[in-house]
Design a protein around this ligand. Structure first.
Ligand SMILES: Nc1ncnc2c1ncn2[C@@H]1O[C@H](COP(=O)(O)OP(=O)(O)OP(=O)(O)O)[C@@H](O)[C@H]1O
Ligand SMILES: [Mg+2]
Length: 367
């Protein structure tokens, strides 16, 4: 038929003498059509269908000019239908992303609750009590402690137990970014602010707005960036690098360091005024060797986690192995313990008892 032809050839058709034309279907002849125009509805990836009109008038036959107009109308209609479909797809994709995001946030919140911070030693209990009290307060918290002692875990727990928990939690490791890039990372930049700034970009403070920013390794921040950070914390507003627009920000700041900031202050590497601004509530995480009572609980916790992760079952550690693990000094703190347990579980035969032979040499030899 006419319609099939228009779709196949992706071309409009004009029939002048409809009653005599073999391409015209009987149903159209029966209604007494004299001339017919048929235009395909063409979209980028497919043809949606056709638009067709017939004229029964003896005095007026569709012309080539009519066909051009009609083809134009059909392409507009196709565009409208196409954008409506796109819009619909977009809406559905958006809904899916929103619900995935909600689930992820819920999961994140569960994983960042105080229940996941393991330990019953007096030292960790003291930390947890303090942290619970300050979670919902607006204060800045400075978390200090050796590498791997759980600083980020504490920062997350503070955020997810505060009234800001539904808002972003943004982490920035100040030591991981060269100092000349750190400012634009934190405060954003305007298009053309420097070579390479092809587009305007939001800084992490803007991304974290209404939520919490966690500035990890703050002790490694360059004094120039420290000065800028201090000003922004005081004024609660910022300007992007190369920009003039003043952007209000409402961000809670949590910071962490494994450096001794008091030393850094006396040598002039860390600004005192910034220190007092960040250190409203100091939280110190003692190294694992000062809370050895927690080691058995942590071992069990990480054993369960890694077994579940890789889908393996083990009987647990033999008594002599536990003794060695307890006596080890754990310079890498909880992270080191977690890594050791994960490695052992990965290498262990299914259903085995984990003996001294499974321990890494630094733990089985030196203690
Ligand atoms: N009390 C704890 N209970 C359970 N898991 C813990 C505890 N403390 C630390 N961990 C785990 O140990 C690992 C290291 O913790 P985290 O990253 O918070 O340490 P960190 O102090 O930020 O280390 P770094 O200074 O190296 O950045 C993480 O996997 C964390 O989940
Ligand atoms: Mg950390």
């Amino acid at each position: 038929t006419l319609a099939q032809r228009a779709i196949r050839e992706r071309k409009s058709l004009l029939i002048m003498d409809a009653q005599m034309d073999s391409r015209v279907s009987t149903s159209i002849k029966i209604i007494g059509a004299r001339s017919v125009m048929c235009a395909p509805l063409i979209c980028p990836q497919k043809t949606l269908g056709i638009l067709q009109i017939e004229s029964k008038s003896k005095d007026y036959e569709f012309s080539k000019a009519d066909l051009d107009l009609f083809t134009g109308i059909a392409s507009q209609v196709a565009l409208l239908i196409y954008s409506a479909e796109l819009f619909d797809d977009l809406k559905r994709a958006n809904e899916r992303i929103a619900s995935e995001n909600k689930n992820l946030k819920k999961q994140q919140k569960v994983q960042s609750s105080f229940g996941n911070i393991i330990g019953t030693s007096p030292k960790i209990k003291e930390v947890l009590e303090l942290v619970k009290k300050v979670s919902n307060a607006p204060y800045s918290v400075l978390i200090t402690g050796k590498s791997g002692s759980g600083k980020e875990l504490i920062a997350k727990a503070i955020h997810y137990n505060s009234s800001r928990s539904g808002q972003p939690f943004v982490v920035l490791n100040c030591a991981a970014i060269p100092h000349d890039l750190l400012e634009s990372e934190l405060f954003g930049y305007e298009k053309g602010a420097f070579t390479g700034a092809g587009e305007t970009k939001q800084g992490l403070f803007e991304v974290a707005n209404k939520g919490t920013i966690f500035l990890d390794e703050i002790g490694d921040m360059h004094p120039h960036t420290q000065a800028k950070l201090l000003r922004i914390l005081q004024e609660k507003e910022l300007q992007r690098v190369g920009g003039t627009k003043v952007i209000k920000i409402d961000v809670r700041v949590l910071a962490a360091t494994n450096k001794d900031l008091k030393n850094a202050m006396s040598s002039g590497e860390f600004r005192e005024d910034l220190f007092y601004r960040l250190n409203v509530v100091p939280v110190h995480l003692p190294p694992l060797c000062e809370r050895k009572e927690d080691i058995p609980l942590l071992i069990t916790h990480f054993l369960e986690l890694s077994c579940a992760d890789i889908g393996k079952h083990v009987k647990g550690f033999a008594q002599e192995a536990v003794t060695l693990l307890l006596n080890y000094s754990w310079p890498g703190n909880v992270r080191e313990l977690r890594n050791v347990v994960e490695r052992i579980v990965t290498l262990a035969p299914e259903d085995s008892m984990l003996g001294v032979d499974m321990l890494p040499p630094e733990i089985s030899n030196k203690s």
